[in-house]
Design a binder for this molecule. Structure first.
Ligand code: ATP
Ligand code: MG
Length: 225
């Protein structure tokens, strides 16, 4: 068997609350194969974003291990972790988080500048191809404020993919969109998973988006079932 893309074992996470810490993740196990599409669903407050943040190296578990593409995250810190994240993991959030003063084209290149001082022709070609792929070529010179919600989210998807991540994490990527735009993004994520071979872990309240994944896991009582 080939190595898992995501391997989560016995992960616990609590957050401080009014009087005593509240355990949000209570022994989560999760294995995701390379190229797989997985949805995580569950009630609000059940810990879906908390888990996604652990996968994305944005937070650390109290206990347990998170291994991404064979790298145990607990063995990396600081710059090494940031470099690993930038090279291997793409994020799409409910809110696009595009920088308002940069054009769409500039926005999608931001993750490249985090690791290279200049933008080479190869990267420019990739940005152009991805923007074309998501139908944003005519919009690439515009500021995000001029775009529709669906267009902004497509730009955010391109930005997440620009560094060729092996793992794409999306937290309610269609949560802020109308039905039609949500459907577009759902289709796009599925197609990009197949075309680019990127492993996809999506947190969503949308049955439509969840149904496009190969596996749907539910967060319940701090575990995935
Ligand atoms: N940094 C934090 N500090 C304190 N409590 C937190 C923190 N992050 C999350 N929590 C709490 O942990 C619980 C789970 O939050 P989380 O955001 O993971 O839920 P969720 O399943 O993503 O919910 P939703 O569907 O509403 O996005 C919530 O009660 C939340 O208030
Ligand atoms: Mg959430």
């Amino acid at each position: 068997m080939s190595q898992a893309m995501v391997e989560v074992r016995g992960v616990f996470k609590s957050f401080p609350a009014a009087d005593h810490p509240v355990r949000i993740l209570d022994g989560v196990d999760l294995t995701v194969a390379p190229g797989e599409r997985v949805a995580i669903v569950g009630p609000s407050g059940s810990g879906k974003s908390t888990l996604l943040n652990l996968l994305g190296t944005l937070d650390t578990p109290d206990q347990g291990t998170v291994v991404i593409d064979g790298m145990d995250l607990s063995r990396m810190a600081g710059d090494a972790l940031a470099t690993f994240r930038n090279a291997n993991i793409g994020f799409v959030f409910q809110s696009h988080h595009l920088l308002p003063h940069l054009t769409v084209h500039e926005n999608v290149l931001v993750p490249v500048l985090a690791r290279e001082s200049r933008i080479g022709p190869e990267v420019l070609a990739r940005a152009g191809a991805l923007l074309e792929r998501v139908g944003l070529t005519p919009r690439q010179g515009q500021l995000p404020g001029r775009l529709s919600g669906g267009e902004r989210q497509r730009a955010a998807v391109v930005r997440a993919l620009i560094n060729r991540p092996k793992l794409l994490l999306a937290d309610e990527p269609t949560g802020a969109l109308d039905r039609a735009s949500a459907g577009e993004i759902a289709t796009l994520l599925g197609e990009l998973n197949r075309e680019q071979g990127v492993t996809l872990v999506v947190v969503t309240h949308s049955d439509d988006l969840a149904s496009r994944m190969e596996r749907v896991l539910r967060m319940q009582d701090g575990r995935l079932v």
